[in-house]
Design a protein around this ligand. Structure first.
Ligand code: URA
Length: 434
């Protein structure tokens, strides 16, 4: 086989065979196929798309490029969750202990944040001493003992994606449905769970800005999952405004803790109840959605989810005292209110823009090697549908200096579109694809 012929075939709208796709991925992972040819192929896929069969073959070839996590030693139903990324997304911090307290095991591999979306590992490092670097043996033991554990991704899992994702990032080929599906699903399949729930975001803070594109991605991922013999459910959710109110590492941990302590009932909790109930249903733990939601709510009411979270922090070397005493988490020295200069109802929010505010304060990474400031960020007081008076606070800025705080206030004001007419939020859960 010759790579030029495969590029030409895809460029002209042809369908690649399973053997051709496997040959290409093996060659690229080994370094036999150069970046310039793979770049051309990614661009051809971007414009010509792939059939469901090609997308599945690409996913399986990528999956076979590295190791798989063997969860056979973990007892019971094993579930995993993935979010396509959003602003203020601290769902795993809440969902994992809730689901674990219902008896489902979650062996979760997570990443660090890049760009305007945060990473679960960065958030968890708000607990002094917390670590996600551990041997596979320790990881699996923690999952068995506490119901869930969160580890950093290892280098040997889907090496083809590591190379391909870096290439796509610099060749304007990230936003291609088959390339996103194969990238996400190869990693999820390698992580070994039986039940996989996907949170596919749509809106201004998401990869897929339109609902149509988000549903297309959701259908394609569930199709690949079904072909691979897994129970995969995709929930399409709104990311036109940030999830919850906090954006920034330690601030998001505080919000997740408030939810675990029963002090929060907004969109974040709704998302956890929806994703969690799909896991309990697919895992055969609950007979119907209503009882699944009731089981999950009970883990908050009886404190069992909070107890799981406390044990999880301690098991991974973090200070569990900070779970009960949130003042032990990182705190920024400057706190400033972003007061509104206008009155009206919030019509639209720029979720991506709020992520940029947090980045500007130092809460995100521009480059993979950058360190993040765990203490900074923003806590929103107004979301779509809320009324704002002149002089009322849109959000509280947590910063290292008065100067960056002042700049963040201006940036945050620019994220709000106000109107004199009463506004309403669009439904948060857009649909479920099984
Ligand atoms: N997340 C991934 O892991 N891969 C993509 O291609 C897009 C989002």
């Amino acid at each position: 086989m010759r790579m030029n012929d495969l590029i030409e075939k895809k460029r002209d709208g042809g369908e690649l065979t399973g053997d051709e796709i496997r040959w290409m991925i093996e060659g690229y992972t080994r370094g036999d196929i150069p970046d310039y040819q793979m770049s051309a192929m990614c661009m051809a896929i971007y414009f010509r798309d792939m059939s469901d069969r090609e997308t599945y073959d690409l996913t399986m070839a990528m999956l076979d490029s590295g190791d798989r996590v063997d969860l056979s030693g973990v007892t019971g139903v094993k579930a995993d969750k993935h979010s396509t990324g959003g602003v203020g997304d601290k769902t795993s911090l809440l969902l994992c202990p809730m689901v674990a307290a219902c008896g489902v095991k979650m062996a979760k591999l997570s990443g660090r944040g890049l760009g305007h979306t945060g990473g679960t590992i960065d958030k968890l490092e708000s607990f002094e001493g917390f670590s996600t670097a551990m041997s596979m043996e320790t990881f699996l033991r923690s999952v068995n003992e506490n119901g869930f554990a969160i580890a950093g991704q290892t280098g040997q899992l889907v090496p083809a994606d590591k190379k391909l994702y870096a290439l796509r990032d610099v060749t304007a080929t990230v936003a291609s449905r088959p390339l996103i599906v194969s990238s996400i699903m190869s990693k999820k399949l390698a992580a070994g769970a039986d039940v996989i729930v996907l949170d596919v975001k749509t809106g201004s803070g998401a990869f897929m800005e339109t609902e149509e594109a988000a549903f297309g991605l959701a259908r394609s991922m569930t199709d690949v999952g079904a072909r691979a013999g897994k129970k995969v459910i995709a929930v399409v959710t709104d990311m036109d405004e940030p999830l919850g109110n906090a954006v920034g590492n330690a601030l998001e941990v505080k919000e997740a803790l408030a939810a675990l302590k029963g002090r929060y009932a907004g969109d974040l909790m709704e998302l956890c109840l929806t994703l969690g109930s799909q896991i309990l249903l697919a895992g055969g733990i609950a007979p119907d959605e209503e009882s699944a939601r009731a089981m999950l709510r009970a883990t908050i009411d009886d404190g069992s989810a909070l107890e799981r979270f406390r044990r999880f922090v301690a098991a991974q070397g973090g200070d569990p005292a900070a779970v009960d005493d949130e003042s032990l988490l990182p705190k920024a020295p400057v706190v400033m209110e972003a007061v509104s200069r206008r009155a009206g109802y919030v019509k639209r929010m720029d979720a991506h823009g709020v992520g940029v505010v947090s980045m500007h304060l130092g809460g995100g990474r521009v480059w993979k090697e950058d360190s993040v400031d765990l203490a900074v960020g923003v806590v929103l007081h107004k979301k779509v549908g809320d009324h704002v008076e002149v002089g009322e606070s849109l959000g509280t800025i947590h910063a290292q200096t008065e100067e960056t705080a002042g700049e963040a206030v201006m940036l945050l004001r620019g994220c709000y579109e106000l109107t004199p007419e009463k506004t309403e939020r669009a439904p948060f859960i857009k649909g479920i694809v099984r």
